[in-house]
Write a protein that binds this ligand. Structure first.
Ligand SMILES: Cc1cc2nc3c(=O)[nH]c(=O)nc-3n(C[C@H](O)[C@H](O)[C@H](O)COP(=O)(O)O)c2cc1C
Length: 187
C-alpha cells in the first residue's frame, strides 16, 4: 500500500481525493447517519465511486439510513484497511434518477429482483414470505423509486496511519473555498 506521504512530509499541498485513492482499495465502508435529534446509526455499504462529485453508494431510500438521510442529510464514512483509517464527512444528496437507472441496469438480474422485492429495513414474517416476493418479480424489474443512490459531498477528510510507537499520524482536511485547510492532529 502506498500511503502517499512520509511522516515528516507536510500534506499541505495534497488533494484529499487523490490521497483517498492512494490509500484506500476496495469498496467496503461504514456509513454513519443520525436522526435529527442526534441518535446515530452505522452499517456497511459498498462505495460505487469517489470522484470530484462526491462519494456515491446505492441503497433503499425508505430504509433506516434512507429515512435518517432524508431528515438529516449529513453522513460520515469510515474506511478501515490494515494500518490505516480514512474518515470522510459531509452533506448528502440523492443522485439524479437517471444515474440510479444507469447503475440499476448494470446489476445482475438476481440483485435487481431482490432489491425490487425488498422494502429494506421493514420487518418480514419469514424467509418464505421474502422469497415469495422475489418470485413474484418479473425477470427484468424496473428500478423501484424507493431504491437509488446517495452522494456524500466531502467537507472533511481525516487520514490516520498506524505507528508501532502509537504516535499515530493524523491529518485533518477541511474544505475552505476552492481548496483545503490541513492540520495535523495529536494521536
Ligand atoms: C460488506 C457489506 C456491504 C453492504 N453493502 C450495502 C450497500 O451497498 N447498500 C445497502 O443498502 N446495504 C448494504 N449492506 C447492508 C447494510 O449493511 C444494511 O444491513 C442495510 O443497508 C440496512 O441498513 P439500515 O437498516 O441501517 O438502513 C452491506 C452489508 C455489508 C456487510
Amino acid at each position: 500500500m502506498n500511503t502517499g506521504v512520509g511522516s515528516t512530509e507536510p500534506m499541505n499541498n495534497a488533494a484529499p481525493l487523490q490521497l483517498f485513492h492512494e490509500w484506500v482499495e476496495g469498496p467496503e465502508v461504514a456509513l454513519a447517519t443520525a436522526t435529527p435529534d442526534g441518535r446515530p446509526s452505522v452499517r456497511m455499504v459498498l462505495l460505487k465511486s469517489a470522484d470530484e462529485h462526491g462519494f456515491t453508494f446505492f441503497t433503499g431510500y425508505e430504509s433506516r439510513k434512507g429515512r435518517e438521510l432524508e431528515a438529516n442529510p449529513r453522513a460520515a464514512l469510515l474506511f478501515h484497511r490494515p494500518g490505516i483509517q480514512v474518515r470522510v464527512e459531509g452533506p448528502v444528496e440523492r443522485v439524479p434518477a437517471s444515474e440510479s437507472d444507469t447503475y440499476w441496469a448494470t446489476r445482475p438480474e438476481a440483485s435487481r429482483r431482490s432489491a425490487a422485492a425488498s422494502h429494506q429495513s421493514q420487518p418480514v414474517g419469514s424467509r418464505e414470505e421474502l422469497e415469495a416476493g422475489v418470485d413474484a418479480q418479473p425477470a427484468q424489474p424496473p428500478r423501484p423509486e424507493r431504491w437509488g443512490g446517495y452522494r456524500l459531498v466531502p467537507d472533511t477528510y481525516e487520514f490516520w496511519r498506524h505507528r508501532d510507537d502509537r504516535l499515530h499520524e493524523r491529518h485533518l482536511f477541511r474544505a475552505r473555498g476552492d481548496g483545503w485547510d490541513v492540520v495535523m492532529l495529536q494521536p
